[in-house]
Design a protein around this ligand. Sequence first.
Ligand code: UDP
Ligand code: MN
Length: 794
Amino acid sequence: MRLRKYLRGNGRVLAFVFIASVIWLFFDIAALRISMNEANQDLKEREIVLKQGRRKDNVEHVFKNPLQKVNKRDLFKNSNRFERKVDQVYRKWPKVRPENQTKVNLIVNSNVKGTIISIPEKINQSKTVDIYGNVNSITAKINKIKAAVNGQTEANPYVRAHLLTKALPAVHHKIHPSVLKEESVKKGHHINDTLAMLQNEVHADVSLQNNLINELLKTVDSDKANNILDYTVKHVSTFNKTKPDIIKNLSELKDPARNPAEEAVRVLHSTSVQVRRSGGHHKVMALDVTDRPRDPRAVGQFGQPASVPRDKELESRRRWSEGFFNVFLSEQIPIDRAIPDTRPQICSENLVHDDLPSTSVIFCFVDEVWSTLLRSVHSVLNRSPPHLLKEIILVDDCSTKDYLMEQLDVYMSQFPKVRIIRLKERQGLIRARITGAAAATGEVLTFLDSHIECNVGWLEPLLERIYLDHKKVVCPVIEVISDKDMSYMLVDNFQRGIFRWPLVFGWSALPQEYIRKNQVKDSDPIRCPVMAGGLFSIDKNYFYELGAYDPGLDVWGGENMEISFKIWMCGGEIEIIPCSRVGHIFRGDNPYKFPKNRVKTVERNLARVAEVWLDEYKELFYGHGYHHLLDKTEIGNLTEQIELRKKLKCNSFKWYLENVYPDLDAPLVKAEGLIFSVGTRKCLVFHRDILFFDKCDLSNKSQHFSYTWLRMLRQNTSCLAPQEKKIIMEPCESTKPHLRWIHKSKGLEEHVMLEGHSRSKCLEAGVKADSIFLTDCDPVNNFQKWQFTHYYAE
Ligand code: UDP
Ligand code: MN
């Protein structure tokens, strides 16, 4: 009765709606299951790639997804594991040597009893000891040595800091000797401590004899000034002052109240006309000048880890998101702090040409943290030979922070070499760099991120390579400035930038065997298949010859792939130069907004790169989880980029793989050969437009098929397609979803299932091998099982 009542009038309508929604819900669930299957398939493929990668070149990686907050300890614990997320298309950390290991080169002189020696010639029977370790172990070792030399054990913390950073020879002389002596006396240091300090000084000077700035700094008597001046005139440039003027300037250095470093910079920065002596050489200048005396006790000085005081922890946490690193600590650290000279030992002895090209350093930034931006700029000003630094161009990509407006203009106006370009609209990193390059007047463009610290001697080794060959594009070793404690960390040697499918950047060490066989030294340039992207130098004309960057790339991402492929394929080379080192803060997140969705932006950029540069290999890119990009409507116009590649007569991507990155696993298809039907024990044939079965015969071309990365079953240009229940061959087209088949999915390991169908449909052979059709999948039916002769990827 009741039921009938419900089925009457309004009740009938309601019941109909109810039943319809239930049916709809069922459909929905089924569709969801299918799409989950697809997603699982994608994930599985990615997993497989990872496994393969590990097996293939036996390389340890530290990959970090910037979206995760990885603390340093975890990072080290997992150093032989790498993690990826579905949307992971971001740049990663290079491998870090654990625990901020430093090498200390200590001179122990057992011959000095109570006398202070401050000039190199007087140190005779000294012994050089190399000590490796972290802060504590080095301290312990130094104390032991000292105890052995003089029976003295306790080290004053002040001295300890100084000794611990012995790896920075270029920094020590910046602390005025008189300041040191005074401090030592005041603090009642044991003579042995002072002695060790001065020996460090001496060591620093010895290793930098040919450094012009150091010479100037040491010059406190006018006799020597004349020699230095001659040297300067001959080797570096002409001063626009007259000789007596400079002598006067130099003799002012005698005044202990004045800071010699500051004077030296002033003198050198006043040089204008460059007179180059061609053919001459000099040792790399490891200069590190600053316009103020360095406080050895400052937070983070010498690149040491800093810690947040208890009562500031909240503040430090609160401010993290301003830059996605420890913004609070960065503010405590001097903007011109010293960092350890992490170069391989031989680097300071290497010769470079006297007439290297000059460079414009370009920093693009958007909403960069004040202290890191300044530290980046100062590290360039303080550690670049002035005559090689044409200018520093700051390209403000439409920042929103107040302090980056007038305050920045005012601050930078102190430095005539610094120019600021303000973009009216947010352009993104790529177009910002193009703008910076257009404004540059130097012969070489050097692009740097805006949260870096250039190490001593960083510039000349880069310029030297470009001097030798203008088609070399060179990157410094990117070291890690901890986002947590702001310490400067060494990275492992012999690392190169690589990519894995689908164009994911990563680091990989050269195999030990390769290093041994080729006797690769730790200072040798390393050929690099892909650059990390943020830091590199390139000849300006060459940059334009290559058509700069693709201006169609948005905001961030993929531009490192684009320029890398372009460089290699069009006749250039990318190298990492171990004698040039620059620290970079690798951040957990981007502190700026992406005008569109971040993942979408990066994917779109990568698809542009794939379309222009990867040739037939672009299928590997799409096939590793980017099928959804195959409908190219959103990637914009590529005509100019394709024209450019033709104009430059660039090599093929196949050439690149064979010659630059042969260790990459890049099979063009997932499987190929005969398609064997397990049930009929026959093979599929496509001949004269008909599909049928025959005895398997490897030599019969009509039996050859391939299973592509786009999941098509292909013979030449024809692909297997369903037509109602029948199966036909039709022209292959990457955008047609009905041509995609899933071979080997979970529960259907040997099946060939049509993709994207609401109910799973599989390929089946007629029992008598007289037909092939589409039907409901059945996991145990042998006539639905198919095998290829060769599988290249699972
Ligand atoms: N940048 C920019 N505009 C953008 C995005 C980034 O100028 O739209 C700058 C950013 O401030 C930084 C550099 O480009 O100096 C590289 O960006 P980021 O450090 O975020 O990249 P990562 O080091 O993570 O690869
Ligand atoms: Mn960066």
